[in-house]
Ligand binder design. Structure first.
Ligand code: ZN
Length: 72
């Protein structure tokens, strides 16, 4: 039986440092946290600044837009 994408438990892993994104921040994965989940690769703000400094300003602008657009 196929699993719909909405039922999968996805975790974003930074391709640069291996930290994971959860609870609106990047942090080190705890033991076993990456088992039984689907992993997708992303890049954290620190690694963008280190590896792709030309794109750091774009990433900062997008993050500020996301913060402004969040509604609670
Ligand atoms: Zn990173």
């Amino acid at each position: 039986m196929a699993t719909s994408p909405i039922e999968l438990n996805w975790i974003s892993v930074c391709a640069g440092c291996g930290r994971i994104y959860g609870s609106q921040s990047w942090r080190k994965a705890m033991r076993g946290e990456l088992s039984n989940v689907e992993i997708t690769h992303d890049i954290c703000p620190d690694c963008i600044r280190l590896l792709y400094p030309n794109y750091a300003q774009v990433a900062d602008r997008l993050m500020q837009q996301n913060i402004k657009n969040q509604t609670y």
